[in-house]
Structure formats: C-alpha cells, structure tokens
Design a protein around this ligand. Structure first.
Ligand code: BEZ
Ligand code: FE
Length: 279
C-alpha cells in the first residue's frame, strides 16, 4: 500500500498513520470513524461546495454554543444519534422502564420537596397529579429512590429558557421515596413545544422539511443505590407530535395515562410506575 494518499486507498492510508502504542479503544473508534466518513463522501460523491457548506454549518453550530445553549447536542438529538447511543448503552430486560433522551434542560440541584408538593410555581397550566411507585423487576418497592422531575411551563418553555420571566425552579423538583416506593407531586399537564430552532439546527430542520416540535412530556431522572440510572419521560397520549418527535424520543411504553378529574384543584391525574434494573 502506498504511503501517499489516493482516492482508492484513502482509508488505509489515513489509518496507517496511527502510532503503535496508542489507546486501543481510541484506535478502534477512530479507524471506524475514518472508514465510515470516507465511505459517506464516496457514496454521495461529495462536492467541494457541499463540504465547504458542511464546514460552515459546523462552525456556526460551535459558535452558537454557550453555557446555556448546546447546539451540538441538539444536532445529535435531531439526527437520532443521541437516541441510538442511548439504545446501545441501555438494553434493558423486559418489564424494565425504558430510557429516552436526556435533553439539555435538566438542572442539577433542584429542591428536594415533600411528597405531594406542587412544582408549578408560575400558576400557569392545568394542574396534574403525577403518582406511582419506583419498583424493581419483581415489583418490590425501592426505598430511597431519587425521582428528579422537570417539565416546560404552560407556554412551552423551561424556566432556564426564561430566567427573567419564570420563577427559579419552576416545574422542577426532587422527591425521595420511602418504604413503599411511592412518589407523587403536582405539576401541570405538559404541553408540546419546539426545541430551540433559531440556530443552525433549526435551519437544518427547515431545509429537511421537518418541524422542531416535541410531544408533551414530563422528564424523569430516577436513581437508587444498586440500580441503573433511569433517564426517561412520560408522554401525553394523543399528542399531535407523538409520531414525529423532533428528537425521536418517544417509545410506546412511555405513553402514560392522563385521566381528567373533576374534584379539587387538580384537573388531571397521571399514574406511572418506574421499574428499575439492578446494576
Ligand atoms: C427536551 O425534552 O427537553 C429536549 C430534548 C432534546 C432536545 C431539546 C429538548
Ligand atoms: Fe423536554
């Protein structure tokens, strides 16, 4: 094989330049990346103008990133790549609750609240009681599970997207289960919303004839000693965007009941149990 670059031997030439004593996992991952990247350019016969456009797109994607905005994660999400990596790394036994995309709007340090507390602080939206149990694969309650929840407000924005308009920690909270594994809190019936689409990823979606909407959902991060971390949502059945989620996060097992109730201040009840997998 020639040490000089040729179109035919492009992959072998690039990969042969790797040193002998490098991290074996790095060598494997990079060799495969180069192989598939070159195959992509060859398959579509990538033009120079198209690659210049691609470089410009990636540059703009980087430039819009900040402490509050992660456009590369949005890119990964909208290409289905986040869900693919998640699926590869979270193959669960049947009966265990499935993972879905984490998203960019989780904030560490949300207040730990007594069971049954209200997390909606802006008074907007239709109150909804979320309740259920955190259990193991045998249905036994898990004590000491941390149920960290977050959702958008009734206008479709997370508190961190509107720091001047929404109270801090609006629609967020952490609930720790007791002996019975039960959790409950009052939030709002979530509403569908567009992911941030004023940057390069939004333009990409528009060029591809795709909308930026996510179906209404409540986010959960459930952790307990001795069990795998569960990153998931529950979705509102019947949402217009269930089958066209901009980030491919919907799984049928995660569509939860939302039952309308007539009494008290609560308009809806959404029961859902989380089944954790042992580590
Ligand atoms: C979210 O559900 O919060 C989300 C997920 C992926 C991209 C943007 C938002
Ligand atoms: Fe969300």
């Amino acid at each position: 094989m020639t040490q000089y670059f040729t179109e035919d031997a492009s992959v072998e030439t690039v990969n042969a330049r790797m040193g002998k004593n490098i991290n074996p996992r790095l060598a494997l991952v990079m060799a495969s990346l180069v192989k598939h990247l070159h195959a992509f350019a060859k398959e579509v016969h990538l033009t120079q103008a198209e690659w210049d456009y691609g470089i410009d797109f990636l540059t703009k994607t980087g430039e819009i990133c900040s402490g509050e905005r992660q456009e590369f994660i949005l890119l990964s999400d909208t290409l289905g790549f986040s869900m693919l990596v998640d699926a590869i790394n979270n193959r669960r036994p049947s009966g265990a609750t499935e993972n879905t995309v984490f998203g960019p709007f989780h904030v560490d340090g949300a207040p730990e609240l007594p069971m049954g507390s209200t997390i909606c602080l802006d008074g907007k939206g239709e109150p909804c009681l979320f309740q259920g149990r955190v259990v193991d694969l045998d249905g036994k309650p898990i004590r000491g599970a941390r149920v960290d929840v977050w959702s958008d407000n009734a206008d479709g924005y997370y508190d961190v997207q509107q720091p001047d308009l929404q109270p801090k920690w609006n629609n967020r909270g952490v609930f720790v289960t007791g002996e019975d594994g039960a959790y409950s809190f009052v939030g709002i019936k979530p509403v569908s919303y567009p992911i941030p689409d004023d940057g390069p990823v939004g333009q990409m979606l528009a060029h591809l004839g795709r909308h930026p909407y996510r179906p209404a959902h409540m986010h959960y991060l459930v952790t307990a000693p001795g069990f795998e971390k569960l990153v998931t949502h529950t979705f509102v059945g019947g949402d217009t965007y269930l089958t066209s989620d901009a980030v491919f996060g919907v799984k049928s097992s995660l569509i939860a009941p939302f039952n309308q109730v007539k009494d008290g201040n609560t308009a809806w009840v959404s029961p859902f149990d989380f089944v954790l997998t042992p580590v």
